[in-house]
Design a protein around this ligand. Sequence first.
Ligand code: GAR
Length: 199
Amino acid sequence: MKIAVFGSGRGSNFEALLRAKIPNADFSLVISNKKDARILELGSENGIKTKAFKSSEFSEENENIVLDFLLENGIELIVLAGFLRKISATIIQKYSNKIINIHPALLPSFGGIGMYGKYIHEAVLKSGTQFSGPTVHFVNENYDEGPIILQETVPVLFEDSTDDLAKRVLEVEHRIFAKALDLVINGKFEIKGKRVKFC
Ligand code: GAR
């Protein structure tokens, strides 16, 4: 399956996906909204075509620019690995249940616009919850609200800084993202409303 990975930063989740050697996962494109993002270098180092679009090219007005590029390259599945821009409605419709995202908290809590990176872990610590952990989900038109594929909890400790918590969650992200992608590519699943069942 031809996959485009979208990312805005260091790409440690993408690296974990590459390491996992998931059967039938053909990473064909790495796309970023930041031309100096480490994830683009990672793509190049692994012989994968890369492309940086301007942030404005991801906006609703210009949505065909990215969409056409995906279609020209025969992309069948989109993986958001630390991508910090909203995906346009047209792309979401065209790739219905074919876009997955990793989020470093237990959705549906701690999601939505503005909830990314350290802001999420800050909000988790502030809330007093005793558990956090990553969520892998399908992307739908409502930000961070698509059907949940996999989640796993980690404890939130009294002494935690945001960095401590981010690190603990990230270790689990790397594991469950690869597992979720494998399930989506190689498994059979059914989606009922927001619920996903793997058969
Ligand atoms: C990851 O923690 C990912 O869950 C988060 O960005 C980080 C990217 O790290 N994504 C979001 O916050 C999306 N809302 P990485 O570039 O090392 O994979």
